[in-house]
Design a protein around this ligand. Structure first.
Ligand SMILES: [Fe+2]
Length: 242
């Protein structure tokens, strides 16, 4: 199964629609989201509505938890928190309830999807995990592939069937996966990249066929930036996209 996996849309409708058009072009059997559909960006309601309209499954991100569980707001720095509170006012009650019901992880075929780290953490960052911790956490799940977002950066850990672990950098293009091996894949961000390249990123994974494709997508960044400034969201949210 060719599974397109998108993470961290963060209310960036221009990036989201550009990526969905790219998925159509590239061809995928299923598309799923790794959470943080909202937070930071100017179009949280439209991004939630589009996700629901298309029936795309998603796990919960830390930003959804920040909006739907009051105590979780204390996890965020003042700028992220201000964006979250403004985003909450821009969301309908119906959308907030839908976000509150998102699952902590999903299993699709032979892939586990979770926002931060396996088995079920929406808050742990991939870059916080050392070798031992990756091996320990991957040992807690049955699926050969686990896809995560949250850090807004690409990366991959390869766990060969023969044992051990190698950490790999990921960039645009196709990598070969071994169907006999296991992988922890950090898919990058659609709506707010933090890797020094301002294009939206997502992946298409097919473990059985042994392919992982990382796709970079250009979108109308200026339109998103203008909306952020017009709405009075923190300037930092706009500057980070450029
Ligand atoms: Fe995020």
């Amino acid at each position: 199964m060719r599974l397109a996996v998108l993470s961290d849309i963060h209310g960036n409708l221009e990036a989201y629609t550009a990526v969905l058009a790219d998925v159509d072009q590239a061809g995928a059997d299923q598309t799923a989201l790794l959470g943080d559909i909202v937070g930071y960006g100017p179009d949280p309601e439209a991004c939630v509505e589009l996700t629901r309209e298309l029936g795309l499954p998603s796990v919960v991100g830390n930003h959804e938890l920040g909006m739907t569980k009051r105590a979780a707001l204390t996890w965020f720095n003042p700028t992220a928190r201000r964006s979250l509170e403004q985003n909450m006012e821009m969301l309908s009650q119906d959308s907030l309830e839908w976000l509150a019901a998102l699952p902590i992880f999903l299993i699709l075929g032979d892939c586990r999807l979770v926002h931060g780290a396996p088995p079920d953490s929406p808050r742990t960052y991939y870059f916080e995990l050392n070798r031992e911790e990756i091996l320990r956490r991957m040992g807690l799940i049955d699926e050969p592939v686990c896809l995560v977002g949250h850090s807004h950066e690409l990366g991959m850990a390869h766990l060969p069937a023969s044992g051990g672990l190698e950490r790999l950098t990921l960039g645009q293009g196709v990598s070969r996966l071994k169907p006999s091996d296991r992988y922890l894949i950090n898919v990058g961000a659609v709506g707010q990249p933090r890797d020094g390249d301002n294009r939206a990123k997502y992946v298409i994974v097919d473990h059985q066929e042994g392919t992982l494709e990382v796709r970079y997508v250009k979108y109308d960044i200026q339109a998103t930036v203008d909306k952020i400034r017009r709405l009075g969201l923190p300037d930092f949210n706009a500057d980070r996209l450029l």
